[in-house]
Design a protein around this ligand. Sequence first.
Ligand code: G16
Ligand code: MG
Length: 211
Amino acid sequence: KYQGIIFDLDGVICHTDRYHYLAWKALADRLGICFNEKINNRLRGVSRMESLEIILSNSGQIYTDTEKDKLANEKNENYRRSLAQMTPENLSPEVKGTLDFLRKSGCRLAIGSSSKNAGFILERIGLNGYFDAVVDGNQISHAKPDPEVFRCAARRLGLAPENCLVVEDALVGIEAAVRAGCDAAGMGDARKSSLAKYHLAAFSELKEVCG
Ligand code: G16
Ligand code: MG
């Protein structure tokens, strides 16, 4: 019943959200700033610099823009080292099987991610060129919860937002989807979202929602 499905990347297609967490944790530990899984949930879907601001807000210190750029680069380099070790084995058979099923049933598939590393991740897990459209942090000026990324993805699929379902693990991602005019399916941290139309315990449940 949906003509298009727009997937978030980190935390939905693959578990790079874990690598984000570990890289931010290493930075926060080095700076002596408190950081844990609960604070980490607030970073889901938001841009790199906004994530850094959230972490630094617990430091009680003021950082200059130059210092912030350096810290963001330090985290990104650490994070990229984890990404570089990914292989197509890091794409679960459940996710790949479900994507193939949805495509065969006629849905157009897109990625809508806040990440500037999205292209690199898709390449690492063997999904380069798989999606009909990829919209990521390099192409948008306002990160989630702004609807820009999902509006753009629907447009690139040639579809009206109301004919698209967005799959997200971030509360800000669900908000972005609904503001774009799409229906939303929440999984992981976003499964509890009251804005989401579907609450997925497993990725493969999309076969029932969209099949
Ligand atoms: C992802 C993550 C966020 C991250 C953002 C930017 O978005 O969920 O935690 O801060 O990308 O990532 P990068 O530093 O790689 O540009 P999404 O939308 O794919 O979940
Ligand atoms: Mg995500």
